[in-house]
Design a protein around this ligand. Structure first.
Ligand code: FES
Length: 190
């Protein structure tokens, strides 16, 4: 499976995103992977693979899946048809399921800025800003993006966002590393 293939088919979470999440967040339990764009919180089939990726990461290995993408999808289809995809198939799955159950129900709203859709509003996650190199953090702050500030994704090419009345363009690699929490209209400021 290549880095851009989806490990979680339901939520279209790629291997690359999961590798980056594992590297960045270093989760202490596998269920934390659900915070990576909701991985594992759909049909649940991919949890066995998420668990394996987490184990590899814990062992200092590069998280990977050896199946080719077609094989992977075919397995999912087949296991779903034969009902063998129950997460309980894994020996340590009970604990994992408990952890997942505790974390999974509310769909995660913390997403990279680049994933915000046009017109959506969000609040900046301060922890992601503090992870940035000082130069980038200062640049964003100078443009008005402070901790917990609210913004809106504007239409157009690239990642154009609006903070208060100011529109700024954020480069795509930077927009992948700044995390935001989606807001619904009731909680966003006008
Ligand atoms: S494939 Fe991941 S939850 Fe369905």
């Amino acid at each position: 499976m290549g880095p851009d293939d989806h490990v979680c088919v339901c939520h279209r979470v790629s291997l690359r995103k999961l590798q980056a999440f594992l590297r960045r967040e270093q989760p202490t339990v596998p269920s934390k992977l659900s915070e990576c764009l909701g991985a594992g919180t759909g049909c649940g089939w991919c949890r066995q693979h998420l668990h394996r990726l987490w184990e590899q990461s814990q062992a200092g290995e590069t998280p990977s899946i050896t199946d080719d993408p077609d094989q992977y999808l075919a397995k999912r289809e087949q296991e779903k048809r034969t009902k063998n995809s129950e997460p309980l198939a894994l020996a340590n799955q009970s604990q994992y399921d408990l952890e997942m159950a505790a974390l999974a129900p509310p769909p995660p709203t913390r997403i990279p800025l680049s994933q915000l859709r046009t017109g959506e509003r969000a609040r900046v996650d301060c922890s992601s800003l503090s992870d940035l190199p000082e130069g980038e953090r200062c640049l964003l702050q100078a443009m008005g993006m402070g901790d917990r500030c609210e913004l809106k994704r504007c239409s157009g090419h690239g990642c154009i966002i609006q903070i208060d009345r100011t529109r700024i363009a954020v480069g795509s690699t930077l927009a992948d590393r700044v995390f935001v929490e989606r807001l619904n209209d009731r909680t966003a400021h006008p």
